[in-house]
Ligand binder design. Sequence first.
Ligand SMILES: [Zn+2]
Ligand SMILES: [Zn+2]
Ligand SMILES: [Zn+2]
Ligand SMILES: [Zn+2]
Length: 350
Amino acid sequence: MVDPLRVCARCGTLPHGDACPACAAPARLVDAPPDDDGGYWVRVEAALRCDRCKLLTPVDGVDVGERYRCAHCDYEQDVLVDSFAEGLREAHGVGDLAWPPPDGRHPDPDCPLPDDLPQRVAIGGPAAALLWADGGVRMTVRVGCPLCARCAAPLRAHTAAGKTLVRCDACGARDVYTLPERHAETLAGALLEAWRARDADEPAPRPVTVVREGARVLTLRCPQCGGALDAPDSARVVCPYCATVCAVEAPLQRHFAEREVATAPLWLRFKGPSPARLALQKTLAPALARARKRARKDALRAQPPVARAPQRAKRSPPPSAPAEGGNATPLWVIPLVVAAVAAALMALGR
Ligand SMILES: [Zn+2]
Ligand SMILES: [Zn+2]
Ligand SMILES: [Zn+2]
Ligand SMILES: [Zn+2]
Protein backbone atom coordinates (compact mmCIF):
# COMPACT_ATOMS: atom_id res chain seq x y z
CA MET A 1 0.00 0.00 0.00
CA VAL A 2 1.37 3.38 -0.97
CA ASP A 3 1.08 6.25 1.52
CA PRO A 4 -0.65 9.46 0.43
CA LEU A 5 1.56 11.71 -1.59
CA ARG A 6 2.13 15.11 0.04
CA VAL A 7 2.04 17.49 -2.89
CA CYS A 8 2.18 21.24 -3.46
CA ALA A 9 -1.34 22.67 -3.00
CA ARG A 10 -0.83 24.96 -5.97
CA CYS A 11 0.69 22.78 -8.68
CA GLY A 12 0.36 19.21 -7.41
CA THR A 13 4.01 18.23 -7.72
CA LEU A 14 6.19 16.65 -5.08
CA PRO A 15 7.97 19.31 -3.03
CA HIS A 16 11.52 19.37 -1.79
CA GLY A 17 11.38 19.77 1.94
CA ASP A 18 8.61 22.30 2.55
CA ALA A 19 9.00 24.35 -0.60
CA CYS A 20 7.85 23.77 -4.15
CA PRO A 21 10.67 24.00 -6.70
CA ALA A 22 8.14 23.71 -9.55
CA CYS A 23 5.96 26.75 -8.88
CA ALA A 24 7.93 28.51 -6.11
CA ALA A 25 4.76 28.54 -4.01
CA PRO A 26 5.18 29.01 -0.26
CA ALA A 27 5.01 25.86 1.79
CA ARG A 28 1.48 24.51 1.63
CA LEU A 29 0.97 20.83 1.01
CA VAL A 30 -2.05 18.60 0.51
CA ASP A 31 -2.44 14.85 0.76
CA ALA A 32 -3.11 13.03 -2.50
CA PRO A 33 -4.34 9.53 -1.59
CA PRO A 34 -3.18 6.66 -3.83
CA ASP A 35 -5.63 5.48 -6.48
CA ASP A 36 -7.09 2.02 -6.07
CA ASP A 37 -6.19 0.90 -9.60
CA GLY A 38 -2.46 1.28 -8.89
CA GLY A 39 -2.05 4.07 -11.44
CA TYR A 40 0.28 7.00 -10.80
CA TRP A 41 0.87 10.46 -12.25
CA VAL A 42 3.93 12.13 -13.65
CA ARG A 43 4.07 15.76 -14.69
CA VAL A 44 6.13 16.43 -17.78
CA GLU A 45 7.08 19.77 -19.25
CA ALA A 46 8.18 18.92 -22.73
CA ALA A 47 9.84 21.35 -25.08
CA LEU A 48 11.71 21.37 -28.36
CA ARG A 49 14.96 23.27 -28.58
CA CYS A 50 15.46 25.44 -31.64
CA ASP A 51 18.57 24.65 -33.68
CA ARG A 52 18.91 28.30 -34.66
CA CYS A 53 18.00 30.50 -31.65
CA LYS A 54 18.45 27.75 -29.01
CA LEU A 55 15.23 28.76 -27.24
CA LEU A 56 12.58 26.28 -26.20
CA THR A 57 9.13 25.88 -27.69
CA PRO A 58 6.73 24.02 -25.38
CA VAL A 59 5.00 20.90 -26.66
CA ASP A 60 1.24 20.95 -26.10
CA GLY A 61 0.56 17.21 -26.16
CA VAL A 62 2.23 13.88 -26.72
CA ASP A 63 1.71 13.77 -30.47
CA VAL A 64 4.66 15.55 -31.95
CA GLY A 65 4.78 15.91 -35.70
CA GLU A 66 7.94 15.36 -37.68
CA ARG A 67 8.45 19.08 -38.16
CA TYR A 68 7.80 22.07 -35.96
CA ARG A 69 8.14 25.81 -36.07
CA CYS A 70 10.10 27.60 -33.35
CA ALA A 71 7.81 29.90 -31.35
CA HIS A 72 10.56 32.48 -31.00
CA CYS A 73 12.23 32.78 -34.40
CA ASP A 74 9.82 30.90 -36.73
CA TYR A 75 12.58 28.59 -37.92
CA GLU A 76 11.16 25.26 -39.10
CA GLN A 77 13.00 22.08 -38.20
CA ASP A 78 12.76 18.33 -37.71
CA VAL A 79 11.49 16.74 -34.52
CA LEU A 80 13.17 13.58 -33.36
CA VAL A 81 9.92 11.69 -32.87
CA ASP A 82 11.72 8.64 -31.46
CA SER A 83 13.47 10.84 -28.92
CA PHE A 84 10.13 12.15 -27.78
CA ALA A 85 8.75 8.61 -27.34
CA GLU A 86 11.91 7.69 -25.43
CA GLY A 87 11.29 10.69 -23.17
CA LEU A 88 7.80 9.40 -22.36
CA ARG A 89 9.26 6.01 -21.40
CA GLU A 90 11.76 7.86 -19.23
CA ALA A 91 8.86 9.68 -17.53
CA HIS A 92 7.26 6.32 -16.77
CA GLY A 93 10.54 5.26 -15.15
CA VAL A 94 10.61 8.35 -12.94
CA GLY A 95 7.07 7.73 -11.70
CA ASP A 96 7.75 4.05 -11.08
CA LEU A 97 11.24 4.19 -9.57
CA ALA A 98 11.42 7.47 -7.68
CA TRP A 99 8.42 7.41 -5.39
CA PRO A 100 7.88 6.21 -2.72
CA PRO A 101 11.38 5.44 -1.41
CA PRO A 102 13.22 3.21 -1.33
CA ASP A 103 12.16 1.23 -4.38
CA GLY A 104 9.19 3.02 -5.88
CA ARG A 105 5.88 1.68 -7.09
CA HIS A 106 6.72 -1.90 -7.90
CA PRO A 107 9.40 -2.95 -5.41
CA ASP A 108 10.79 -6.44 -5.73
CA PRO A 109 12.17 -7.73 -2.40
CA ASP A 110 14.45 -10.06 -4.37
CA CYS A 111 15.93 -7.17 -6.30
CA PRO A 112 16.52 -4.02 -4.22
CA LEU A 113 17.57 -1.06 -6.35
CA PRO A 114 20.79 0.92 -5.87
CA ASP A 115 20.62 4.05 -3.67
CA ASP A 116 22.13 6.24 -6.36
CA LEU A 117 19.41 5.55 -8.92
CA PRO A 118 19.35 8.72 -11.08
CA GLN A 119 15.55 8.95 -10.94
CA ARG A 120 15.53 8.76 -7.18
CA VAL A 121 18.41 11.20 -6.72
CA ALA A 122 16.76 13.72 -9.06
CA ILE A 123 13.28 13.60 -7.50
CA GLY A 124 14.69 13.65 -3.97
CA GLY A 125 17.03 16.54 -4.84
CA PRO A 126 16.48 20.31 -4.54
CA ALA A 127 14.83 20.60 -7.98
CA ALA A 128 12.55 17.59 -7.29
CA ALA A 129 12.74 16.96 -11.02
CA LEU A 130 14.57 14.84 -13.54
CA LEU A 131 15.85 16.82 -16.50
CA TRP A 132 16.02 14.70 -19.58
CA ALA A 133 17.37 15.72 -22.97
CA ASP A 134 17.92 13.88 -26.19
CA GLY A 135 18.44 15.48 -29.56
CA GLY A 136 16.29 18.60 -29.58
CA VAL A 137 13.81 17.22 -27.05
CA ARG A 138 13.89 18.48 -23.46
CA MET A 139 11.71 17.15 -20.67
CA THR A 140 11.37 18.15 -17.04
CA VAL A 141 9.78 15.24 -15.22
CA ARG A 142 8.16 15.51 -11.79
CA VAL A 143 6.13 13.20 -9.60
CA GLY A 144 2.78 14.30 -8.18
CA CYS A 145 -0.98 14.39 -8.58
CA PRO A 146 -2.98 16.77 -10.77
CA LEU A 147 -5.29 19.19 -8.97
CA CYS A 148 -8.91 20.02 -9.71
CA ALA A 149 -9.18 23.02 -12.05
CA ARG A 150 -12.17 24.32 -10.06
CA CYS A 151 -11.27 23.81 -6.42
CA ALA A 152 -7.59 22.71 -6.48
CA ALA A 153 -8.21 19.48 -4.53
CA PRO A 154 -6.05 16.51 -5.64
CA LEU A 155 -7.87 14.50 -8.30
CA ARG A 156 -8.68 10.81 -8.00
CA ALA A 157 -8.39 8.62 -11.08
CA HIS A 158 -9.18 5.18 -12.36
CA THR A 159 -8.03 3.79 -15.68
CA ALA A 160 -9.67 0.83 -17.39
CA ALA A 161 -9.74 -0.18 -21.05
CA GLY A 162 -8.04 3.01 -22.21
CA LYS A 163 -10.44 5.32 -20.41
CA THR A 164 -9.32 7.32 -17.42
CA LEU A 165 -12.06 8.60 -15.16
CA VAL A 166 -10.84 11.59 -13.21
CA ARG A 167 -12.94 12.91 -10.38
CA CYS A 168 -12.73 15.49 -7.64
CA ASP A 169 -14.12 14.26 -4.33
CA ALA A 170 -14.22 17.82 -3.00
CA CYS A 171 -16.42 19.52 -5.62
CA GLY A 172 -17.81 16.56 -7.59
CA ALA A 173 -16.20 17.46 -10.93
CA ARG A 174 -15.76 14.44 -13.23
CA ASP A 175 -14.08 13.95 -16.57
CA VAL A 176 -13.25 11.02 -18.78
CA TYR A 177 -10.12 10.98 -20.96
CA THR A 178 -9.82 8.44 -23.75
CA LEU A 179 -6.35 7.25 -24.64
CA PRO A 180 -5.77 6.87 -28.38
CA GLU A 181 -4.77 3.31 -29.27
CA ARG A 182 -1.39 4.44 -30.62
CA HIS A 183 -0.28 5.46 -27.11
CA ALA A 184 -1.53 2.34 -25.33
CA GLU A 185 1.96 0.86 -25.09
CA THR A 186 3.47 3.94 -23.47
CA LEU A 187 0.74 5.50 -21.34
CA ALA A 188 -2.30 4.58 -19.27
CA GLY A 189 -3.81 8.02 -19.77
CA ALA A 190 -3.17 11.74 -19.84
CA LEU A 191 -5.05 14.91 -18.95
CA LEU A 192 -5.08 16.28 -22.46
CA GLU A 193 -7.95 18.47 -23.48
CA ALA A 194 -8.03 16.82 -26.92
CA TRP A 195 -8.66 13.42 -25.28
CA ARG A 196 -11.41 14.59 -22.94
CA ALA A 197 -14.87 13.19 -23.62
CA ARG A 198 -17.41 15.97 -23.83
CA ASP A 199 -20.96 15.49 -22.57
CA ALA A 200 -23.60 16.13 -25.24
CA ASP A 201 -25.12 18.95 -23.20
CA GLU A 202 -21.83 20.44 -22.11
CA PRO A 203 -21.29 23.95 -23.44
CA ALA A 204 -18.22 24.26 -25.64
CA PRO A 205 -15.41 26.26 -24.04
CA ARG A 206 -15.66 29.92 -24.95
CA PRO A 207 -12.60 31.65 -26.38
CA VAL A 208 -10.96 34.02 -23.90
CA THR A 209 -11.22 37.77 -24.45
CA VAL A 210 -7.84 39.10 -25.46
CA VAL A 211 -7.05 42.63 -24.29
CA ARG A 212 -4.48 44.22 -26.61
CA GLU A 213 -2.58 47.44 -26.84
CA GLY A 214 -1.78 47.75 -30.52
CA ALA A 215 -0.34 44.36 -31.45
CA ARG A 216 0.77 43.60 -27.91
CA VAL A 217 -1.31 41.24 -25.78
CA LEU A 218 -1.83 42.83 -22.38
CA THR A 219 -4.04 40.37 -20.59
CA LEU A 220 -6.68 37.66 -21.02
CA ARG A 221 -10.19 38.00 -19.59
CA CYS A 222 -13.14 35.72 -19.02
CA PRO A 223 -15.64 36.11 -21.91
CA GLN A 224 -18.54 35.81 -19.42
CA CYS A 225 -17.67 38.07 -16.48
CA GLY A 226 -14.55 39.89 -17.66
CA GLY A 227 -12.47 38.56 -14.77
CA ALA A 228 -8.72 38.50 -15.38
CA LEU A 229 -7.23 35.07 -16.06
CA ASP A 230 -3.65 35.09 -14.92
CA ALA A 231 -1.09 33.52 -17.24
CA PRO A 232 -3.05 30.47 -18.44
CA ASP A 233 -0.79 27.61 -19.41
CA SER A 234 -3.32 25.10 -20.67
CA ALA A 235 -5.86 24.87 -23.47
CA ARG A 236 -8.79 25.01 -21.06
CA VAL A 237 -9.04 27.42 -18.17
CA VAL A 238 -11.89 27.66 -15.69
CA CYS A 239 -12.66 31.25 -14.70
CA PRO A 240 -12.03 31.54 -10.95
CA TYR A 241 -14.89 34.07 -10.60
CA CYS A 242 -17.80 32.57 -12.55
CA ALA A 243 -16.58 29.03 -13.45
CA THR A 244 -17.00 29.60 -17.19
CA VAL A 245 -14.84 27.20 -19.16
CA CYS A 246 -12.57 29.24 -21.41
CA ALA A 247 -10.54 28.05 -24.37
CA VAL A 248 -7.00 29.39 -24.71
CA GLU A 249 -5.20 29.01 -28.03
CA ALA A 250 -1.66 27.65 -27.87
CA PRO A 251 0.08 30.91 -28.94
CA LEU A 252 -1.73 32.74 -26.11
CA GLN A 253 -0.71 30.07 -23.59
CA ARG A 254 2.88 30.57 -24.64
CA HIS A 255 2.60 34.33 -24.67
CA PHE A 256 2.76 34.57 -20.90
CA ALA A 257 5.45 31.97 -20.48
CA GLU A 258 8.90 33.22 -19.67
CA ARG A 259 11.15 32.74 -22.63
CA GLU A 260 13.32 29.87 -21.47
CA VAL A 261 10.72 28.19 -19.31
CA ALA A 262 8.99 25.25 -20.89
CA THR A 263 5.38 25.60 -19.84
CA ALA A 264 2.30 23.57 -20.78
CA PRO A 265 2.80 20.85 -18.18
CA LEU A 266 1.38 17.51 -19.26
CA TRP A 267 -0.07 15.19 -16.63
CA LEU A 268 0.62 11.65 -17.77
CA ARG A 269 -0.73 8.57 -16.06
CA PHE A 270 1.08 5.24 -15.90
CA LYS A 271 0.30 1.79 -14.62
CA GLY A 272 2.56 -1.15 -14.05
CA PRO A 273 6.35 -1.52 -13.93
CA SER A 274 8.26 0.83 -16.24
CA PRO A 275 10.64 -0.25 -19.02
CA ALA A 276 13.42 1.33 -16.91
CA ARG A 277 12.61 -0.95 -13.97
CA LEU A 278 12.42 -4.06 -16.13
CA ALA A 279 15.79 -3.23 -17.67
CA LEU A 280 17.32 -2.64 -14.23
CA GLN A 281 15.96 -5.91 -12.89
CA LYS A 282 17.29 -7.78 -15.88
CA THR A 283 20.77 -6.42 -15.17
CA LEU A 284 20.67 -6.63 -11.39
CA ALA A 285 18.75 -9.83 -10.73
CA PRO A 286 21.30 -12.44 -11.91
CA ALA A 287 24.17 -10.82 -9.97
CA LEU A 288 21.96 -10.53 -6.89
CA ALA A 289 20.89 -14.15 -7.15
CA ARG A 290 24.54 -15.23 -7.39
CA ALA A 291 25.50 -13.06 -4.40
CA ARG A 292 22.61 -14.45 -2.40
CA LYS A 293 23.54 -18.05 -3.21
CA ARG A 294 27.11 -17.34 -2.13
CA ALA A 295 25.93 -15.68 1.09
CA ARG A 296 23.69 -18.65 1.87
CA LYS A 297 26.60 -21.04 1.40
CA ASP A 298 28.86 -18.89 3.60
CA ALA A 299 26.21 -18.67 6.30
CA LEU A 300 25.78 -22.43 6.23
CA ARG A 301 29.51 -22.93 6.58
CA ALA A 302 29.72 -20.42 9.44
CA GLN A 303 26.88 -22.07 11.39
CA PRO A 304 27.89 -24.08 14.48
CA PRO A 305 27.60 -27.83 13.78
CA VAL A 306 24.78 -28.37 16.32
CA ALA A 307 22.55 -25.86 14.59
CA ARG A 308 23.45 -27.24 11.23
CA ALA A 309 22.93 -30.92 11.79
CA PRO A 310 19.11 -31.03 12.03
CA GLN A 311 18.82 -28.70 9.06
CA ARG A 312 20.82 -31.13 7.03
CA ALA A 313 18.81 -34.07 8.15
CA LYS A 314 15.69 -32.26 7.05
CA ARG A 315 17.05 -31.32 3.68
CA SER A 316 18.69 -34.47 2.42
CA PRO A 317 16.59 -37.59 2.09
CA PRO A 318 17.79 -40.55 4.16
CA PRO A 319 20.36 -42.59 2.25
CA SER A 320 18.86 -45.73 0.72
CA ALA A 321 21.76 -47.91 1.87
CA PRO A 322 22.90 -47.20 5.44
CA ALA A 323 26.56 -46.21 5.63
CA GLU A 324 28.97 -48.70 7.09
CA GLY A 325 29.20 -48.63 10.87
CA GLY A 326 26.00 -46.62 11.29
CA ASN A 327 26.74 -42.90 10.83
CA ALA A 328 29.30 -41.72 8.33
CA THR A 329 31.68 -39.08 9.71
CA PRO A 330 30.28 -35.67 8.76
CA LEU A 331 32.61 -33.60 6.60
CA TRP A 332 32.77 -30.69 9.05
CA VAL A 333 34.52 -32.90 11.60
CA ILE A 334 37.63 -33.18 9.41
CA PRO A 335 38.87 -29.56 9.83
CA LEU A 336 38.20 -29.83 13.57
CA VAL A 337 40.25 -33.00 13.80
CA VAL A 338 43.04 -31.42 11.79
CA ALA A 339 43.00 -28.38 14.07
CA ALA A 340 43.02 -30.51 17.20
CA VAL A 341 45.92 -32.58 15.93
CA ALA A 342 47.86 -29.44 15.01
CA ALA A 343 47.23 -27.95 18.42
CA ALA A 344 48.39 -31.15 20.14
CA LEU A 345 51.55 -31.25 18.01
CA MET A 346 52.31 -27.61 18.85
CA ALA A 347 51.78 -28.31 22.55
CA LEU A 348 54.17 -31.28 22.29
CA GLY A 349 56.80 -29.28 20.44
CA ARG A 350 56.94 -26.64 23.19
ZN1 LIG B 1 3.98 23.93 -6.68
ZN1 LIG C 1 14.22 29.62 -32.86
ZN1 LIG D 1 -12.82 20.13 -7.29
ZN1 LIG E 1 -15.81 34.60 -15.44
